[in-house]
Design a protein. Structure first.
Length: 760
């Protein structure tokens, strides 16, 4: 068996081993990420990246507008300076509430304040720790008269101010089992056993709530957050919490109910709901549907950075200097604003945001139906995504490999990014991004490293078998499809290209050897890059000449098209290089290119001392002769009729037939101009006029030929050699040469440049 046959037989065995190794790589990495997602092996770096990705998406999609419906009234430093230190007496809080409703006509008020102890400092030991229902069952602690004076206490007067008005107060749940509960819990919204299956709010062990008299006068909701992330940032909030089998709402949700007409008798957990990995429970809130995760939590729908809501000092309300139009018919949240009074939270949009402003953001999102949430089962959703990605990328690298695999990986990453952002924007669904993106990149890197190992081994084997015959660029290409490797001589339909610098001998004599070397290196590098970009094979360099072909050793059905487009790009590259050469004082180069398509012998040719993979035959010789004719016709590229017929989508201009030595009949020559949509209308008209002149020459209409040529000479002086050649054909003499004596090419080029600058 030949070496090539042995190589192909071994390829099938290697494919099975490669598949096993790639599955092992993907499975190992999948196991590592799965351990992180499930919490068995948390990886801090991934969690940190996930938080950064969440924060970036949040900041990029926030409304960045002020919600005019909500106003924050803060107990700030000016308020403390005017009204005294905190906590303020109940009378002052009552006065503030009266001012808001009676003087400014607000719609509702949320007091982010807990009234847990009487104003005189006596603890409510007999009521502390009881629920609202338990306290009422005792006959109403305030109504029993056992601990009351004849006149109303400050707490009772505050309760009278709150009663009957749309006011919400705050309370706090605690997770410490040894903490004593203080105050009275409000009436629960439902019992644990009435929750939909799968919904499990956080359970609290103790609480700090309002005095019974205050709890009886106004509903309340909890303001604390037990779902802080590891980095201490405030991203998720529960809408419900549980205590001893009873379910209680958050402060923002209670305010939203107040705004919607009061707490509904029955909570709507079914409207708009669904099932599956990426949908789950939710809460009906008027016309809006608020989706929640399994912990009855949502992500805080921040509107923007701090001060995304109108803000007033409490002192302005108390002294009645606040603008009426800013408060009238508004929802007002009252809370501590001075840094020494309030708890501040680190958020994705601000490092220190007061609690009352966070509550305002939550309330705004609830009222607008703009609430972010996680999947019902985020762990299962993420694991499913990772498994799907691992399967796809394993198949991609096994079946595609190389740059195709890199492109497919980038496409998968882009598709997942688009789906992730789309789910965020259209469904308010927060899907994991950083972990999946990092998993995709990690898989890509590991599989790429493995591919490099396999590729290095494959190239080594190919070099052993074919290295002495095939140029390096072909070895690299064949390493991806080794089954197509064949160096035996064969006849193929191919396209060959020859290029050469006009007048190179004079240029070489005018330059110093070092300068000439630099010029040639840059010229050949530019031309080679263009040819390789069009998947051509560089056959050889011959001084200033380049020979290339398309269609071997790997088949290329569009070889003629690739060759023609490469020739056009080579001329464009020559223009770019000439600009650089002119800046260095080097001479201007003119490149001639000949292209022919036909059957050629291709394969391993040479002697026992040196072998080369090259092409031979009459079609190859014709391509070389066409390059030589570019000087006579004064054009940059000449292609044969065979190439022109193979590329109908390219616009060619006929140059006429020519008798070629060694061929029985004439060959019609064409100049490729480019793809029709890339040509200007002026270029199209010039080509049409030249072809009309050529037809007139054949028909013997000499006057028409001269008229058209003279028009072309005026309109396009840079191609004067071609047009004077046509006149020479008409008059039977070389007028191109005589014309050059009267007018140099440099002068004509300058005139043409001047015409272009003047829009002619």
């Amino acid at each position: 068996m030949t070496e090539a046959g042995e190589y192909r037989r071994g390829t099938r065995r290697r494919d099975k081993r490669e598949l096993r190794w790639r599955v092992l790589i993907s499975a190992t990495l999948l196991g590592l990420f799965s351990a992180h997602v499930s919490g068995l092996l948390p990886i801090g770096a991934i969690s940190h990246l996930e938080n950064l990705a969440y924060d970036s998406r949040l900041r990029a999609t926030m409304p960045f507008s002020v919600d005019e419906r909500i106003v924050i009234v803060g107990v700030d430093e000016p308020s403390l300076a005017q009204e005294g230190r905190w906590p303020w007496p109940r009378e002052r809080i009552g006065t503030l509430v009266d001012r808001l409703f009676d003087r400014y006509g607000v719609r509702s008020v949320g007091l982010d304040i807990v009234f847990a102890e009487p104003q005189d400092g006596r603890r409510v030991s007999s009521a502390g720790g009881r629920t609202h229902g338990q306290w009422r069952a005792l006959g109403g602690w305030l109504e029993s008269g056992e601990q009351l004076e004849q006149e109303q206490t400050p707490d009772e007067r505050l309760a009278e101010v709150l009663r009957g008005r749309p006011v919400t107060t705050a309370m706090i749940f605690r997770d410490a089992s040894d903490a004593r509960s203080v105050g009275v819990l409000p009436e629960s919204v439902m019992r644990w056993e009435d929750l939909p299956q799968g919904l499990a709010p956080e359970e609290s062990l103790s609480f700090t709530a309002n005095l019974p008299v205050v709890a009886d006068a106004a509903p309340s909701g909890f303001t604390d957050n037990v779902l802080l992330d590891r980095d201490g940032h405030y991203r998720r909030v529960p809408l419900f919490r549980a205590h001893r089998g009873e379910i209680y709402p958050s402060f923002a949700l209670q305010m939203a109910w107040t705004e919607k007409g009061g707490k509904p008798r029955t909570l709507d957990f079914e409207h708009g709901g669904g099932s599956g990995l990426f949908s789950g429970h939710g809460l009906g809130l008027g016309e809006n549907w608020v989706p929640m995760d399994r912990q009855a939590a949502v992500n805080v729908p921040f509107r923007g950075p701090r001060f995304s809501f109108s803000y007033l000092s409490a002192a302005e309300v108390l002294n009645e200097s606040a603008p009426e139009d800013l408060l009238e018919d508004r929802i007002v949240l009252v809370g501590a604003w001075a840094s020494r009074l309030t708890q501040v939270y680190a958020t994705p949009v601000a490092q220190a945001m007061p609690s009352v402003e966070v509550q305002a953001n939550i309330l705004s999102g609830l009222l607008e139906g703009r609430v972010l949430h996680q999947a019902q089962n985020p762990v299962l959703a993420e694991l499913t995504t990772l498994l799907l990605v691992a399967a796809i990328l394993t198949a991609v690298f096994f079946y595609l490999g190389g740059w195709w695999a890199a492109g497919a990986t980038l496409l998968i990453l882009m598709i997942y990014s688009a789906l992730n952002v789309g789910a965020w924007v259209t469904m308010s669904l927060v899907l994991p991004y950083a972990s999946v993106a990092l998993f995709i990149v990690s898989l890509f890197v590991l599989h790429l490293l493995y591919s490099q190992i396999i590729e290095a081994r494959t190239r080594s084997q190919l070099s052993t078998v074919f290295g002495q015959y095939v140029p390096r660029e072909l070895v690299d290409e064949l390493s991806e499809r080794p089954q197509n490797a064949s160096l035996e001589g064969e006849s193929r339909h191919m396209t060959v290209l020859f290029s050469d610098i006009h007048g190179f001998s004079g240029i070489a004599e005018a330059l110093a050897p070092r300068e000439l070397t630099r010029l040639m290196n840059e010229f050949l590098t530019g031309m080679t890059r263009v040819i390789q970009n069009h998947r051509g094979t560089i056959d050889k360099y011959m001084g200033d000449s380049v020979m290339a072909f398309w269609g071997a050793p790997l088949d290329a059905p569009d070889h003629a098209r690739r060759a023609v487009l490469a020739a056009l790009d080579m001329q464009r590259e020559m223009v770019r290089l000439n600009r650089q050469f002119g800046e260095r004082g080097w001479p201007h180069l003119r490149l001639g290119i000949g292209i022919n398509t036909g059957h050629m012998s291709v394969g391993n040719m040479g002697s026992e001392f040196r072998m080369a993979y090259t092409v031979m035959g009459d079609a190859v010789n014709l391509g070389s002769r066409l390059e030589g004719l570019t000087r006579q016709y004064g054009v940059g590229i000449i292609a044969s009729q065979f190439t022109r017929n193979a590329v109908p989508e390219v616009r060619f201009m006929e140059l006429g037939p020519v008798a070629v030595r060694g061929r029985e009949g004439p060959v019609t020559l064409y100049e490729p101009l480019g793809l029709p949509d890339q040509l200007s209308q002026q270029e199209q008209h010039r080509a049409e006029r030249f072809e009309k002149a050529l037809d007139a020459l054949r028909a013997g209409r000499d006057w028409e030929v001269e008229m058209l040529v003279e028009t072309l000479l005026v309109d396009d002086p840079l191609r004067h050699r071609l047009y004077r050649w046509l006149l020479g054909e008409l008059r039977g003499q070389d007028t191109a040469q005589s014309g050059e004596k009267a007018e140099t090419e440099q002068e004509i080029a300058g005139r043409g440049e001047s015409r272009r600058e003047n829009g002619l």
